[in-house]
Ligand binder design. Structure first.
Ligand code: 26Q
Length: 754
């Protein structure tokens, strides 16, 4: 049966209507069901060793288009719907986005599942079925408000498996019920799975806000995703979530091992576990515990687990390194305590450096140390990040186990982040260099042959313009803002964090606002777009959102400035917004303080969609710069070595930078009468004081260089043919950042699945 016949059969069965007479919601649900059945019917790939990718987050985004593409039905679906006067994007409006992740780490896990499936590797994801994903962001009175985001409906992508496992907590036991999402591989005929565990009787939705009864563990364990570590509340619940995930996941591994006919003594030959940051680190003692129960000696259990588990580090921010009090573990999973003590004893026997111990002074478990001692691989997520881990953050461990350390530069799936989100550019690429880039993004390099082809460059500019128009329509419809497509689209979208320095971008907006007020007009209008959620308990981040929204309101109301400069903060930035924003971007803002952004993955999506990067030499920006060369990127700011030295010496004084003539008037604008007339004086003053006296992430160190290089980038945009060549170069070199490349490296160096 072809897709048309399947869809007809489905709508007749469900609604007793032919597809033509269904509304968008019915058509969406029918198409989802057809897609899901086709994906679920596919076999798993073969392989002697099976990978389990453990992650507290999987930021999947909407799945309909992606799954159709992987099943080879994307074009057929587009044509079928067009023939009925309908569109795939209208149907996708009906889909709720599963936001089971905060940001980069969760989205990386989703790209990895897509690539594991596409490479035909035998690997599955293991996570939790949060009923409420990341909160929905609303702006009110120029501030962020959080609302619950229920994504589960009667019909969803979840497939009940009928399988469950008992998870023993201190004092009670819970059933972990397993649901699966099928992940079809593009061009493989096989499919992987995302395994999501849930409690048996989840709590009903809270009546107001995003608050749950954090004490009601049996019902609330899977209620919500933690909005990152800045939220101090309910840490104990977080540990319950982690143990629930790893215990159920470890039991699934051992059950499947047995089903494949292998004994627990051979675990490491048949299983690889990738630990996505330290959130699932308790899988190590839990697997050891389960192997002991199955009769292995402590020695043998540790030996097996140490050759099964591998750890990825995603951050060097000290506050994000997990060190749970032992008392939490004693409450949540007391059965792990003797194992943790034994592992600590062995770690101390391997090294007398106290910095590599597992149990710390006042009784905390250092989760990363557990992974490094009792895993066989440690990797960072970009070249610079891995070097910093080896020589600074994790130096004592690198001295102990140099052979365990690898770099695996992150990547993104070009299926979602180019083929699905930018069909116009995809068609252009296929017309110019053939379809080879779809299975091997490195083939995008063939575009370099078009460097002197004026018609091709013109077409590239026209595609960008059309994508900007598409974004303008979306912003008009959803947020009621009217933008100028002729303006340059300068975009910064990512979680709100001081180290990412959205506040420095806001200082640029202030600079430009004052320039225009002084009669110095830019060559063309500038549109500065932001999208960012702040963790609900992260005050400074919320102040920065307030600053941006205040600037937006101030400029919108100013007829002198508004034609030349706009600020727009997209409400509720998520994967679906990213799919609209990224193809429409001219200038990609990647301006974190050097050494702080482990990698960054949004930057890779922007690059593949023909945006030019404006960035510091941080994270994967370093590798982008090496690939495209200085002509095709704008870099600025202090180097990571300088920044690391400033921190080590404790010698950064923001006040000294504040008093520079090019800086003081920008910072003081935060508490100017103009801005105070629109914004909240307490919030703006708090931010102003912080910038002046603390500025922990050194925005004032780099702001002047940032402004001058950004001005150079804007001037560069005016040479349209030269800019089109920069776009071409960026697209051509972006293939390196395909997650297919990243996953092939994980498989070659860590998993060895076949
Ligand atoms: C920790 C403890 C308690 C509650 C929450 C957390 C928590 C949750 C999420 C800590 C960290 C995160 C998310 C981290 C993250 O997204 N890191 C990003 O990972 C990307 C993929 O490797 C990188 O590209 C980014 O540079 C990095 O910031």
């Amino acid at each position: 049966m072809n897709l048309s016949q399947r869809l007809r059969a489905k709508t007749l069965e469900r609604y007793q209507l032919p597809p033509e007479q269904c509304d968008d919601a019915q058509l969406f649900h029918a198409l989802m069901a057809v897609t899901q059945q086709l994906a679920a019917a596919r076999p798993a790939p073969a392989g002697a060793r099976k990978l389990y990718y453990f992650s507290a987050e999987f930021l999947m985004g909407k799945l309909l288009s992606n799954n159709l593409l992987a099943l080879g039905l994307f074009e057929e679906a587009r044509e079928l719907l067009a023939g009925m006067g309908r569109s795939l994007s209208a149907l996708e409006e009906q889909e709720r986005e599963p936001s089971l992740g905060n940001g980069g780490l969760g989205r990386l896990a989703a790209c990895f599942l897509d690539s594991i499936a596409a490479l035909g590797l035998n690997g599955d994801g293991v996570g939790l079925n949060y009923h409420y994903g990341l909160f929905r962001q609303k702006f009110q009175d120029l501030k962020q408000h959080e609302e619950p985001d229920p994504w589960l409906e009667a019909e969803s992508w979840l497939i009940p498996t009928g399988r469950s496992f008992s998870v023993p907590f201190g004092g009670f036991t819970l059933q972990a019920v397993l649901y699966d999402i099928a992940i079809p591989g593009a061009h493989t005929g096989t499919a992987g799975r995302l395994h999501l565990f849930d409690v048996e009787r989840p709590a009903p939705a809270p009546a107001h806000g995003i608050a749950f009864d954090k004490g009601d563990i049996p019902h609330c364990l899977t209620s919500f995703l933690y909005p990152d570590d800045s939220d101090q509340a309910g840490q104990l619940l977080r540990v319950y979530q982690q143990y629930f995930l790893v215990s159920a996941g470890a039991q699934l591994i051992l059950a499947q091992l047995e089903e494949r006919g292998f004994s627990p003594e051979t675990l490491s030959q048949h299983v690889a576990v990738q630990i996505n940051d330290t959130h699932p680190s308790m899988v190590i003692p839990e697997l050891i515990r389960l192997l002991l129960e199955r009769g292995l000696s402590m020695e043998a259990a540790i030996e097996q687990v140490s050759h099964t588990c591998a750890y990825t580090n995603h951050t060097i921010l000290a506050e994000a390194l997990e060190k749970w009090p032992l008392s939490f573990i004693e409450t949540v999973a007391p059965q792990l305590l003797p194992i943790l003590r034994e592992l600590d004893r062995r770690a101390r026997a391997r090294s007398d450096d106290p910095r590599t111990a597992i149990l710390y002074g006042e009784g905390r478990v250092h989760m990363a140390d557990l992974d490094i001692h009792f895993g066989y691989s440690v990797n960072g997520v970009a070249a610079l990040h891995t070097e910093i881990l080896k020589h600074t953050e994790l130096k004592p461990f690198y001295d102990l186990y140099p052979e365990k350390f690898h770099n695996k530069t992150n990547g993104v799936t070009f299926r979602r982040w180019l083929e699905v989100c930018n069909p116009a550019l995809s068609d252009f690429l296929t017309a110019r260099i053939g379809p080879g880039w779809k299975t091997d993004p490195a083939a995008l390099e063939e575009l370099l042959a078009l460097e002197g082809d004026d018609a091709a460059l013109e077409e590239l500019l026209a595609i960008k313009r059309a994508n900007k128009e598409r974004l303008c329509r979306a912003l008009r419809a959803r947020q009621g803002v009217e933008l100028d497509v002729e303006s340059i689209f300068d975009i910064q979208v990512k979680r709100l964090h001081e180290y990412k320095r959205q506040q420095m971008n806001a200082l640029y907006v202030i600079y430009k606002y004052l320039e225009i007020k002084g009669g110095r007009l830019p060559a063309r209008p500038i549109t500065v777009l932001f999208g960012a959620k702040a963790a609900p308990a992260y005050e400074m981040a919320k102040h920065i959102i307030h600053l941006i929204l205040s600037l937006q309101a101030l400029i919108d109301a100013d007829p002198q400035v508004r034609p030349w400069l706009r600020v727009v903060m997209v409400e509720n930035y998520n994967v679906s917004w990213a799919e609209q924003l990224i193809p429409a971007c001219d200038l990609s803002e990647q301006i974190s303080l050097a050494s702080k952004e482990a990698s960054g993955t949004g930057k890779m999506k922007f690059m593949a969609n023909g945006a030019v990067t404006l960035g510091t030499l941080d994270g994967a920006n370093v590798e982008i710069a090496q690939l495209v060369g200085p002509e095709n990127i704008y870099t600025f700011g202090a180097s990571s070595q300088e920044v690391i030295r400033l921190y080590q010496e404790g010698s950064y004084r923001s006040l000294e930078h504040y008093h520079r003539p090019g800086v003081e008037y920008l910072v003081d604008f935060l508490v100017s009468p103009e801005l105070l007339s629109v914004g909240d004086p307490a919030a703006l003053a708090a931010l102003w004081r912080d910038m002046k006296h603390k500025d922990y992430f050194m925005a004032l160190l780099d702001v002047e260089d940032y402004i001058s290089v950004k001005e150079r980038a804007l001037a560069g945009y005016e040479d349209r043919p030269a800019w089109a060549r920069k776009m071409l170069f960026n697209i051509a070199k972006s293939g390196y950042f395909s997650s297919d490349r990243t996953i092939a490296e994980y498989n070659r160096d860590i998993w060895r699945l076949h």
